[in-house]
Design a protein around this ligand. Structure first.
Ligand code: SAM
Length: 288
């Protein structure tokens, strides 16, 4: 198989199939063997594993995954790339190409319920919804090795207290252990994106990081806590979750030993879980 990371090969394929990289679909093709090797190594695949790739593009990563995993399922939204992929992956016997939108894919059905590892150089516009789609659907994903915008990688791995810390960090860290692996310069793509990228690994936890009585309420609370970052947590929650008034949220914060004017970014995952438990208890009804 010819080297798909050679810029001349990428250009020749695009010309042959009359393609233009579509910005609206986040098409930035990787052209660096070393980075591809590092992504594949980070996935730790064996012949017993199923790998799912989101957005195979021209197949550069797919071909390498096929050498390591027993089975590769590649989901590509752009129908114009399907004939290209059929050509570039012709030498592999274990790749299943799926033409579809990853955001609408039922991954449990796709893999027949088998546990799987996601490996993807993600189109930036679907990063957050795709991560939530995979983690909240309850499908048997075990690990995600993802190339994302560098700034998003920082937000995924952020500890409490800083500007990067938000609903994305809390919810993703609730379901997974997040590792920022390495930075990827914008120069290793055709066409070159406007920002640098990074590769992260999300290892699904056997159990979520903290116990919560009502997961749907926990999610709403975490999202609501960061919906208006300039507001205090009690104010933010009173407008995002009108379940309780500002004063009632302040009571609950005080009962957890937190200042009533605390902001969402100061709370750890454990404190969000404790607040969700306190919120699951209805406020006392005033005496008649
Ligand atoms: N994996 C290739 C590589 O590393 O060179 C291409 C990566 S490119 C950043 C993103 C790919 O995702 C493109 O092929 C694009 O068409 C595809 N894509 C965009 N949105 C998608 C979606 N919703 N579902 C599946 N694939 C999508």
């Amino acid at each position: 198989m010819t080297d798909l990371t050679a810029p001349s090969r990428v250009q020749a394929l695009m010309l042959k199939y009359g393609l233009k990289a579509r910005k609206s679909l986040g098409q930035n093709f990787l052209i660096d063997q070393n980075i591809i090797q590092k992504i594949v190594d980070a996935a730790g695949l064996t012949p017993a594993d199923t790998a799912v790739e989101i957005g195979p593009g021209l197949g550069v990563l797919t071909a390498r995954l096929a050498e390591k995993a027993g089975r590769v399922i590649a989901v590509e939204i752009d129908q114009h790339l399907i004939p290209v992929l059929k050509e570039t992956l012709a030498g592999t016997g274990n790749v299943q190409l799926v033409h579809g939108d990853a955001l609408r894919t039922d991954f449990a059905a796709l893999t027949g319920g088998a546990p799987f590892t996601v490996v993807a150089n993600l189109p930036y516009y679907i990063t957050t919804p795709l991560i939530f789609h995979l983690l909240e659907s309850g499908c048997p994903v075990r690990r995600l090795v993802l190339m994302v915008q560098d700034e998003v990688a920082d937000r995924l791995a952020a500890p409490p207290g800083g500007k990067q810390y938000g609903a994305l960090a809390v919810m993703v860290q609730y379901y997974t252990r997040v590792e920022y692996l390495f930075k990827v310069p914008r120069t290793v793509f055709i066409p070159r994106p406007g920002v640098d990228s990074a590769v992260v690994r999300l290892e699904k936890r056997a159990q979520p990081a903290v116990p919560v009585p009502d997961e749907a309420l926990f999610r709403r609370l975490v999202r609501g806590a960061f919906a208006q970052r300039r507001k205090t947590l009690a104010n933010s929650l009173a407008s995002a979750l009108p379940l309780f008034s500002r004063e009632e949220w302040q009571d609950r914060l005080r009962s957890l030993g937190l200042p009533e004017n605390v902001r969402g970014e100061a709370l750890s995952m454990e404190q969000f879980a404790a607040l969700a438990a306190a919120a699951a208890v209805p406020p006392p009804t005033p005496a008649p």
